[in-house]
Design a protein around this ligand. Sequence first.
Ligand code: SF4
Ligand code: SF4
Length: 708
Amino acid sequence: MLEGSQSHAQLTAWLEQGRVLFLLIHLLGVAGFAYIVARRLIPLFRAERDLRFDQPLARLHKALKFWLGQWKHPRYPTAGTLHILFFAGFILLAMRAFTVLIVGVSPAFVMPGLSGEAGRVYEVITDYAATVVFFCMVIAIVRRLVFKPARYEVPAKFGKAHKADAVFLLALIAILMVADSLFEAAKAAGQAQAGQPVAFAAVLSLPWLLTIALTSTSLPTIGGFYFAGYLLHEVTFYFLLCYRPFGIQFHVETSLFNVYFGRLNKGTLKPVKWGVRDEQLDQVKSFGVKTFEDFTWKHMLDFYSCADCGRCSDNCPANAVGRPLSPRFLTIKARDYAFQHYPMFGKPGNGQALIGSIYSEDEIWSCTTCGACEEECPLLVEYIDKIVDLRRGMVDDGNVPQSLQKPLKALESRGNPYGKMEKKKADWANGKEFQQVCRVKTLDHKNGADTLYFVDSITAYDDRMQSIGRATAKILDHLGENFGILGAAEKDSGHEVRRFGEETLFMALRDHNTEAIQASGVTRIVTADPHAYNALKHDYRDMPPVEHISQVLAREVKSGKLKFNPVENDGKVYTYHDPCYLGRHNQIYDDPRAVLDSIPGLKRVEMKRSRDRSFCCGGGGLMLFYEPKEEQRIGVKRVQMAADAGANVIVTACPFCMVNIEDAIKVAGLEGKMTAIDLAELADQQIALLALKADGVPEIQQECVTRR
Ligand code: SF4
Ligand code: SF4
């Protein structure tokens, strides 16, 4: 900008005086950063394998959406907007920062492509970017220190807060912006001193304000500020670079990689060991995570990448009811462990057991595997795989909670957690009254069908849930499906068993069911249980296409084949509770709502926490058999959310949710004021048969009658 002018020559001369010092700081900064990162990478090289190098285009898309596009940040409007602003500022300032660094050792340097007009435009943009980043930092510091959002606070049971670290790093970035602006301003002030027009016009920006402040001072003073601005910028830049890997801001370096290598498929679980086939598992000496080094390198990268924003725990149902689990602290404790046991100097690692040292058993059993934490995390930190791996480790050591030992044994011997006889599996369909309206055939070598209705244990054996089974069968029958069940040949899908950490038992259940399903010759599977749906879809292999009954209903409503009678207008207000394994894990949000909205006269309201922010009922991960210490039942909290939304009927589409919600209605003292019904039950109740009137126009019969 001032090339050739006297003032520029003088400013350049002042900068040149420090060239050796600047070069030294560069070398020290780069070498220090390289050393620190190399040390931080040691545990990743000692970690378990994780195959994340596939599907580069899908991964690139993820990086563009979630890292560059900051997709999840607007979910928290204030903090999200701040983050988007300063992230954009950083991206814009990156090239300027490198240019400034090089100018210290080569004062005439101009970044290729940024000479002339383009350079001037870039300078104006970056002046505003530096200003925005500065003010974002000030606001962020004030928020942390004065407004103290509840999710940043650290209950004593989870460990120590890193507030001072967070504030210090925010302050350093603010100082970096001031240094950068001072350097720019001194250059412009020197230009003004020489009587030349000041080229940039980023009015009201930080450099603009500082330029006004400096213009009336002498050229030597301006030169002093020019030198000081540069030195402060360089020292702060390298200090930040080398200090970040010691705290929560390491995510600045690691987040791009963490997002790129993030999990691509929801609803899935990692194998016991990547690259080890099921048949080879009996050669594996130890299952799951027992020591820090048993985590995969990606999970360690997660630990480094957490920004400590607290959004995961803010959405965690276990944390909300005071269970001893906060996903944020699963990460923070592991990162603190890594920093402590993999120090910058000395011998790294000690292979200490994690359970009993940094994690408690209850903490790990408290998770319902609902996925709310993962859904919320802006940096795509994963939790379920880690928690399941920690459970696998405990199960491998025979460390299983007392209340879960019985259902596990029953699953092993009888194929269901209740210990009921296999031959009773189809009892729900064998009642005389039910058989008069709907006959459900059991598939075998004589009786084939196109569609398998996979019932799963809870619907088959729980007296209350059997009604969901009958409703589902009647719907399929009404739709004219050629369907059947496996009956005694169907064992538990193993979905919860797997998430509990009992992989070998899961494999036995899966293999048994796979064989039975394949032998039945069906070309399609329907289920009303989202856990079975998720297992068949993601945990099993070589299965025919599987659908949840809500998808079937929505499709038939859309095609016009299915019509519903109006609901009685008796002051009922419905709300839909998204089951975690239908919604968050499989993104089926619209179909159940479309079915409800097609029922004439049905008034539906949304709960505050719905769709991908749905609040778990508390039933996942064998939680029906295990109750950790908690201040309140998760289901009770959910029922209160429904009441707050003004609903008096909770519709769900999962038998596990039904157990918890009906129970919670009683515990919350809302019996008589609130009821719960499954979507299949409601649809079956409201189904209307289309009959052709004399003029050929379909009319809806007012009676609910099934075809047989
Ligand atoms: S999966 Fe659900 S219960 Fe488990 S840690 Fe995450 S939010 Fe909490
Ligand atoms: S894991 Fe994600 S959501 Fe949780 S505190 Fe860390 S960055 Fe925030």
